[in-house]
Each structure stands twice: as structure tokens, then as C-alpha cells.
Design a binder for this molecule. Structure first.
Ligand code: TXA
Ligand code: MG
Length: 347
């Protein structure tokens, strides 16, 4: 990685020791920043849930060093899991497998499965190699309070966990590895019911279902009612505090004009040319570029004092699936908001 401040080796070693002692550490991954704890220490895992304000029955992903033994963590591992690990690890793919009996249930919210991922960010890899001599697993959800937008910089993590970052707080340190390159969370594929249900895509990400199918010859299906629960799959998630509405380009132009005429402050996130707004960010018109900057943009727009964050709906299509999924959840529950802002008196 170039142009990025790498934390010193000594700092990474200190973070590994803190994890070994049961503390929490914020660390960068290529997708988003994680809030890490020793996956085999149930008290440390409980501290993650407490810090996030997350329900105890929501499983967290276990991060592994490159080359880690999958069969230490999981049982009945299908050949497809090894194929996918060989193809995409280190990288933004999480696999759900049957949890090995000796792995504490706390890490999977009591389910009999475990989510495993080997991240590619050099700082995450260095931390995983320093932690328990490379043989441990770091349980880490995204380092945000439950339901909030995921963090893509170290500063976002500090902003989310101000109290926990204070001396004596639950968060021992936050490693800074620059802005996360991918910008949205990993693709999650469930392989724990492969024989009966085939592979199931629990959360779209930058590794597409088609890319997975190219490796294992089976296209992951959309989740059914019996699929394992995932908080990132709740209808409302990844949401800023300001309401978010998403509209296609033409509708958005009209809405923007109407709302501004009604005295409303609009923060605009768009990728095509648009009239001026109270605040605006123009994102690249490519799925990777858009994903990279999406969460930082939502956070930035959340601090502008706008009445509404209006987002130009990205194109449909496989490459945009992850971005559209996150935006839909960010906008969930705001459907009547444009109407409401037009029809109520502006303050
Ligand atoms: O990119 C990512 O995946 C980031 C970075 C830090 O690795 N992590 C992340 O974690 O997004 P989190 O906890 O915010 O989201 C993980 C998702 C949740 O929706 C969780 O329910 C699901 O993975 N998950 C984890 N283990 C699972 C399991 N055993 N069965 C079903 N879903 C699982
Ligand atoms: Mg999350």
C-alpha cells in the first residue's frame, strides 16, 4: 500500500497483546473498520456487543490470518469452501460454515455456524499474524454503533466510540490504516447448508454472486426464511441520523427543485451533473468508486444540518448490487419523507 500511514510494528504488537488480554481494538480492513476481540474469549466478545449496543443473538465474523487452518474453526467443511478461500482470500468474502464444537457459541450469537473471513488489508494481516502467533481469530463486526453507517477511516471509529476510547474505556486503541479501499462490507455466502440448500448469498458485496459461481459452478441463491440471521440484512441498517431518500436522476431533479423552493436544506449525493444544493458530493459513476466513498459521504452529509440526504439512485445490475443494497437499507423507513417535507411548514 502506498500513501498510507502504516502503524508502527510496535503499535501492532501492542494491539495484539491488548486483544490477548481481552481488550477491544479498532482496526482497518479493506472493506470497513472492525471492532476486534479475541474470538475465543466470550467475555471479550460480550464487550463488543456491549460497546456496539448490538443484540446478543447477532453473530460476528471471525477474522483469520492468511493460511489459517479452516478446520480448527469449522466442521464438515465442503470442498467449495476451500475453493473459495483459495480464490478470494485474503479478500472481502465471508463464508458461513458449521461451527467447530470447541469454538465458543458467543461468537455466533448462539447459532451452530461460524462466519470466517481472511481480510487483505496489510494492517489487518499484520495484526492477525501478531495475535496469538497467527493462530487466533479476531471476532470483529464493523466498528459502529448498531444500525449506524459502517466506518471507513480510523477517525470514524473514534467518532462512533468517543466514550469507549477514553482512558480506561473498553476500546484499548484504534489502528489507523487509512481509508478502507472497498468501502462496503464483505460479501457473505452461506455454505453451512450446502447439501440441502446450495450456496446462499446473505449479503452482497464487491465479490459478486457471478464471481463465486465462476469458482464453484453454482450460483448463490438469495436468502430464504431459514437462512441464518445477519444484522446487515435487516431492512433498516447502515443508516445516518438524517433521513435518506433515493430517487432516479430525473425524479431527483424535480424533487430537489421543489424542496429547495419550500426552504428545505438538501444534502445531495450524486454521480451525474445536478444543480447546486445545500451540500453535495459527486461520486464516481463506477460501482467500485461509488462504494469506496459511499459511507464517508453519508457521514459527511449527516453533519451538514440538512433536512434530507437525497441520493441519486445508482444503476441496477450485478456490479451495483452491494451499493444498492446498502442504500436501500440507509433509506428504509424514509419513504414518506419527501412528501412530508413538502407539505409541512419549514421551520
Ligand atoms: O467486511 C466485513 O464483513 C466487516 C469487516 C470488519 O470484516 N465486518 C462486518 O461485520 O461487516 P458485521 O458484524 O457488521 O456484519 C457481519 C454480518 C452480520 O450481518 C452477521 O449477522 C453476519 O455477518 N454473520 C456473521 N456470522 C454469521 C453466522 N454464523 N451466520 C450468519 N450470519 C453471520
Ligand atoms: Mg455492521
Amino acid at each position: 500500500m502506498t500513501g498510507v500511514n502504516q502503524p508502527a510494528v510496535a503499535l501492532i504488537a501492542a494491539a495484539a497483546r491488548a486483544l490477548e488480554q481481552g481488550a477491544l481494538v479498532g482496526f482497518p480492513t479493506e472493506t470497513v473498520y472492525g471492532l476486534g476481540a479475541d474470538a475465543e474469549n466470550p467475555a471479550a466478545v460480550a464487550a463488543i456487543y456491549a460497546a456496539k449496543g448490538r443484540p446478543q443473538d447477532h453473530p460476528v465474523i471471525v477474522h483469520l490470518a492468511p493460511g489459517a487452518a479452516l478446520d480448527y474453526w469449522a466442521d464438515e467443511i465442503p470442498g467449495e469452501a476451500h475453493q473459495l478461500a483459495a480464490a478470494f482470500w485474503p479478500g472481502p468474502l465471508t463464508m458461513i460454515l458449521k461451527r467447530a464444537a470447541h469454538i465458543p457459541a458467543a461468537v455466533s450469537g448462539g447459532q451452530d455456524t461460524v462466519g470466517l473471513r481472511c481480510p487483505s488489508h496489510p494492517v489487518a494481516i499484520a495484526l492477525l499474524q501478531a495475535f496469538k502467533g497467527g493462530g487466533g481469530g479476531i471476532a470483529a463486526p464493523s466498528a459502529n454503533k448498531f444500525g449506524n453507517v459502517s466506518p471507513t477511516t480510523a477517525q470514524h471509529v473514534r467518532d462512533e466510540f468517543r466514550a469507549e476510547c477514553e482512558t480506561g474505556g473498553a476500546l484499548a486503541m484504534v489502528l489507523d490504516g487509512g481509508a478502507s479501499e472497498v468501502g462496503i462490507e464483505s460479501t457473505i455466502v452461506d455454505l453451512s447448508r450446502l447439501a440441502s440448500h446450495g450456496p446462499v448469498l446473505l449479503r452482497p458485496g464487491s465479490i459478486s454472486a457471478e464471481a463465486i459461481a465462476a469458482v464453484i459452478d453454482q450460483l448463490p441463491a438469495a436468502p430464504d426464511a431459514a437462512a441464518p440471521r445477519a444484522s446487515g440484512t435487516l431492512a433498516s441498517h447502515y443508516a445516518p441520523h438524517t433521513p435518506v431518500a433515493m430517487q432516479d436522476s430525473a425524479t431527483l431533479r424535480t424533487t430537489l427543485a421543489q424542496l429547495q423552493l419550500a426552504g428545505r436544506k438538501i444534502a445531495l449525493i450524486h454521480y451525474s451533473a445536478m444543480p447546486a444544493a445545500h451540500a453535495d458530493i459527486r461520486l464516481p459513476a463506477s460501482p467500485d468508486g461509488f462504494a469506496h466513498a459511499l459511507y464517508a459521504s453519508l457521514r459527511a452529509m449527516d453533519t451538514t444540518g440538512a433536512d434530507l440526504i437525497l441520493v441519486e439512485a445508482p444503476p441496477q445490475g450485478d456490479a451495483w448490487l452491494g451499493v444498492n443494497d446498502r442504500l436501500r437499507r440507509a433509506a428504509h423507513g424514509s419513504s414518506g419523507i419527501v412528501h412530508g417535507l413538502l407539505n409541512q411548514q419549514a421551520p
